[in-house]
Write a protein that binds this ligand. Sequence first.
Ligand code: ADP
Ligand code: MG
Length: 257
Amino acid sequence: MADREALVRLRNIHKSFGHVEVLSGIDLDVAAGEVVCLIGASGSGKSTLLRCVNHLERPDRGRVYVGDHLIGYEERADGRLHELSPRRINAQRTDIGMVFQHFNLFPHLTVLENVIEAPMRVRRLDRATATATARDLLDRVGMAHKEDAYPRTLSGGQQQRVAIARGLAMRPKLMLFDEPTSALDPELVGEVLDVMRDLARSGMTMIVVTHEMAFAREVAGRIAFMSGGEIVEIGTPAEVLGNPQHERTRAFLSKVL
Ligand code: ADP
Ligand code: MG
């Protein structure tokens, strides 16, 4: 990480819901091409942190940079931050693909139409250009043979692979994954992790919330353990999984490993 430039920089991110502070000052840099896995118990703030990265949640304090963009805000001459218009936030989000636990495909669109929708609407690509790119991406996730199928006719693993292709269709610099295999039957988890592994090997920058410890061990450059709204511990898989320094990390790992 040290000699690669950070693509993602999170600085002192705070977020509360009502009186409950869910993120208590998160700092995290992710290098271009790096994969960081976020692990931690349910309720520790992993999804909220991921959603802050693309401004689906508005941090109460702190800054998110992706490349040159300060996400969600512009800094005015007086040094204050002003929230950007929804249109400008959406423009920033084109750099950031997100894949959720529930696949969120458009049910009334075919596989191919799901993948070309955003490039045509947002990037204003013509149908032929968008379709050519979409077919490449569907091929990459092993779903080219299903381009005319509707989501409901696909298995969960197939739907999630289409969702990944759809996320890639905007040519993002960063991919966020929030428990992408948690809703899948066990026998379908592997095919989705295989696609994510290939994506990581291709050099995509990824932040992945996951409970799949074998995947994290193999694919993550670093693993961050979250508890109580903080990153308690971060390091290589060997460090965090093999030699955890904090009692909270050890307690969590003893339940999941
Ligand atoms: P994780 O993904 O690690 O399970 P979350 O980020 O989803 O954790 O949630 C952290 C805490 O914030 C939980 O206590 C959750 O109930 C709360 N929370 C998350 N989103 C909201 C929301 N929109 N409104 C109120 N509380 C929320
Ligand atoms: Mg979550």
